[in-house]
Unconditional design. Structure first.
Ligand SMILES: Nc1nc2c(c(=O)[nH]1)N=C([C@H](O)[C@H](O)COP(=O)(O)OP(=O)(O)OP(=O)(O)O)CN2
Ligand SMILES: [Zn+2]
Length: 143
């Protein structure tokens, strides 16, 4: 089995609604996104001979995904008053609303599924929220 890895980071702000502690306040992270794709085989012949896929293509897609959250304020839908949200949008801040609580775990699962939807055979997705805290999502073996 071959496993390829690509990573990219984004800097953004978030808060955890319904959380007792400092993370309920707005704060920022450098989120590191690491995507691993797998294949039993290598391409035979042509430009991609000896590769699973071109690193350049994988890198481009991981970067585009991470960049869409860069320098944004990530908000879980429904966790901020409508008026507050309207004001910060009106003031020109970049808001990204997500359907899930913005934890490292949820982001890892979300990035896994997004990359799968792009056609990659994803092995696992890992998201670092701080240099020492990370969450990994991978599919459990189907028996
Ligand atoms: N399992 C998870 N736990 C927590 C998550 C998460 O995504 N998954 N997220 C948070 C907060 O977002 C928080 O910013 C990170 O928490 P913490 O480890 O406290 O980060 P710090 O680097 O600020 O820690 P210090 O050691 O106090 O500096 C909370 N938990
Ligand atoms: Zn946080």
């Amino acid at each position: 089995m071959y496993i390829l890895k690509a990573e990219h980071s984004f800097d953004s702000a978030h808060f955890l609604a319904n959380y007792e502690g400092k993370c309920s306040n707005i704060h920022g992270h450098r989120w590191r996104v690491i995507i691993e794709v797998q294949s039993e085989n290598l391409i035979d012949g042509g430009q991609l001979d000896g590769m699973v896929i071109d690193f350049g293509d994988l890198k481009k897609d991981v970067r585009a995904l991470a960049d869409s959250y860069d320098h944004a304020f990530i908000i879980q839908k429904g966790t901020m008053r409508k008026e507050t949200l309207e004001c910060i949008i009106e003031d020109g801040f970049k808001i990204v609303e997500v359907e899930f609580r913005p934890t490292a775990e949820n982001f890892a699962a979300f990035f896994f599924k997004t990359m799968e939807e792009k056609g990659y055979n994803v092995k696992r997705a890992t998201v670092y929220e701080t240099p020492t805290n990370s969450a990994t999502y991978e599919k459990s073996e189907v028996k």
